[in-house]
Design a protein around this ligand. Structure first.
Ligand code: NAP
Length: 457
């Protein structure tokens, strides 16, 4: 009988990526019956992934998920191993020598592309870059955005597009008490943006944002939402969608858009215009974005399954900034099967597949498992499913004793890689909070890895 999962031979699991899915997978493992030792490996010294560097700074309630992760981190069966990049400092194959199984929860770190002329012109950016920049993510610390422009376009109508629009639309007073990175606040204080255009390829009944996020754009100090009442005329299939109570989120969005359309414009300095049934076909300009060309679309297909079809009609207008907010995409990891079309690890209920066969001891959870959808809590159910797949297959993991954390630390030390434990992270965090409190902010994040490590010296 296998001794795996007993005190003499605990099940040793490495999780790669300390965002919500990584923590939820750790939680599910720690709560499980066999004795499990979990090491959560993260390339940055800071944990919490998109909750720290994706959730908008003016949405502190969403960041309260961190309280749960902090509790998980206190478990004696858990280690945080920060500042270690799997795929560079250590390979997945090497992790398998120390652990019975590896769970990859590395998220969707890049963006989908539009594939249109001018996409790479100066002045055209991804939402990921902008979000990472204002949230102080070290990868995006040195990005710069030309906020001397008056007209910005956001392509896409999901919640990330709402976050980007709101951050562009808010005044410094509305942002200065949030945990927005100092460099971003300073740059936004000088912003000349007046017109923000949020462009959706489908109609107002299909927008993917949620109404709470949409509603916020109607509650800003110095920005009015602008919706053209004619754009709210629906085709029969969209009318049918909005009579279906299961489309509650879309119904709420539509009601909010109607309220926006009924408003009279005020003397606020900024305006956020909503466009529907328009898809970008070109970003034009000499050396930088000067204009956007949009095709006018019509919807095709049945209710709840309508797609945008371009017509031969186009419209264009001048703009100096474009943010492409059309969804995230996962990136490959050396030695791990990858579905390049979908941008995720092919898997069956979390077990990674190679040529349709499960790869022994290799699992995945979160956006890199299912694609970039859902709210933070969606990742809990996703991680629980993966952990339950793993535990159902525990007999297949063999009963060899593994060295886990000790083996990992010894290899990292041989390679002179400085890893960060949870206590180290707490020291860094304490200084961030002190720096923030001095300015009336919840924290002032360190935006460079070297700055975080310097706290520990
Ligand atoms: P998303 O919700 O999938 O929205 C992507 C948008 O881009 C959609 O409007 C989509 O239109 C459009 N799009 C995709 N490809 C396009 C193309 N080729 N041309 C033009 N438009 C295109 O993605 P997201 O905004 O990145 O958000 C990712 C996930 O994070 C979502 O589940 C979101 O709810 C969540 N999130 C939540 C919050 C929050 O709770 N406050 C904040 C941020 C993000 P179609 O609908 O036609 O495909």
């Amino acid at each position: 009988m296998s001794t795996l999962g007993t005190e003499q031979n605990p099940l040793r699991i490495a999780i790669v990526g300390a965002g919500p899915s990584g923590f939820y997978a750790a939680e599910a493992l720690i709560k499980s019956k066999p004795l499990v030792q979990v090491d959560l490996i993260e390339r940055l010294p800071s944990p919490f992934g998109l909750v720290r560097s994706g959730v908008a700074p003016d949405h502190p309630k969403l960041k309260q998920a961190i309280l749960v992760y902090q509790k998980i981190a206190q478990s004696p069966d858990f280690n945080f191993v920060g500042n270690v990049t799997v795929g560079k400092d250590i390979s997945v194959a090497e992790l398998h020598t120390f652990y019975h199984a590896v769970i990859l929860t590395c998220g969707a770190e890049t963006d989908r592309t539009l594939g249109i002329p001018g996409e790479q012109l100066h002045g055209s950016y991804t939402a990921t870059e902008f979000v990472g920049w204002y949230n102080g993510h070290p990868d995006y610390r040195d990005c710069s955005f030309d906020l001397s422009q008056e007209v910005a376009v956001i392509i896409g109508q999901g919640n990330v597009a709402m976050d980007v629009s709101r951050i562009l639309a808010k005044t410094v007073d509305e942002l200065k008490t949030t945990d927005i990175a100092e460099h971003a606040l300073d740059a936004l204080a000088e912003s000349k943006i007046k017109e923000i255009h949020v462009v959706g390829r489908r109609g107002p009944a299909q927008a993917k944002f949620t109404h709470l996020e949409l509603r916020e754009l109607g509650e800003l100090e110095d920005c009015d939402p602008i919706v053209n009442i004619e754009d709210l005329q629906l085709n029969p299939a969209s009318q049918e969608e909005l009579t279906d109570k299961s489309n509650r989120a879309n119904i709420k969005n539509f009601e909010t858009l109607q309220k926006f359309a009924e408003r009279t414009t005020s003397s606020k300095h900024r305006r956020c215009h909503f466009h529907f049934l328009k898809g970008p076909v070109e970003l034009a300009g000499s050396g930088r974005v000067e204009r956007i060309v949009l095709a006018l679309n019509r919807l095709e297909g049945e209710a709840n399954n309508q797609w945008a079809e371009t017509t031969s009609e186009t419209e264009e207008f001048a703009c100096g900034l474009v943010f492409r907010s059309i969804g995230y995409r996962g990136i490959a990891m050396p030695g791990v099967p990858f579905d390049d079309r979908k941008g995720l690890f092919p898997n069956s209920n979390g077990h990674i597949l190679k040529d349709d066969n499960p790869v022994p001891g290799l699992y995945t959870a979160g956006w890199i498992k299912r694609g970039p959808t859902g709210i933070i809590g969606t990742n809990r159910a996703c991680a629980v499913e993966t952990v339950s797949t793993l535990l159902n297959e525990v007999e297949n993991l063999g009963s060899t004793e593994k060295t886990g954390f000790t083996g990992l630390q010894s290899l990292l030390s041989d390679r002179e890689i400085r890893s960060i434990d949870y206590g180290d992270w707490q020291k860094i965090e304490t200084v961030e909070v002190e720096r923030g409190n001095a300015k009336g902010k919840p924290r002032e994040k360190f935006t460079r890895v070297e700055e975080m490590l310097a706290v520990l010296n």
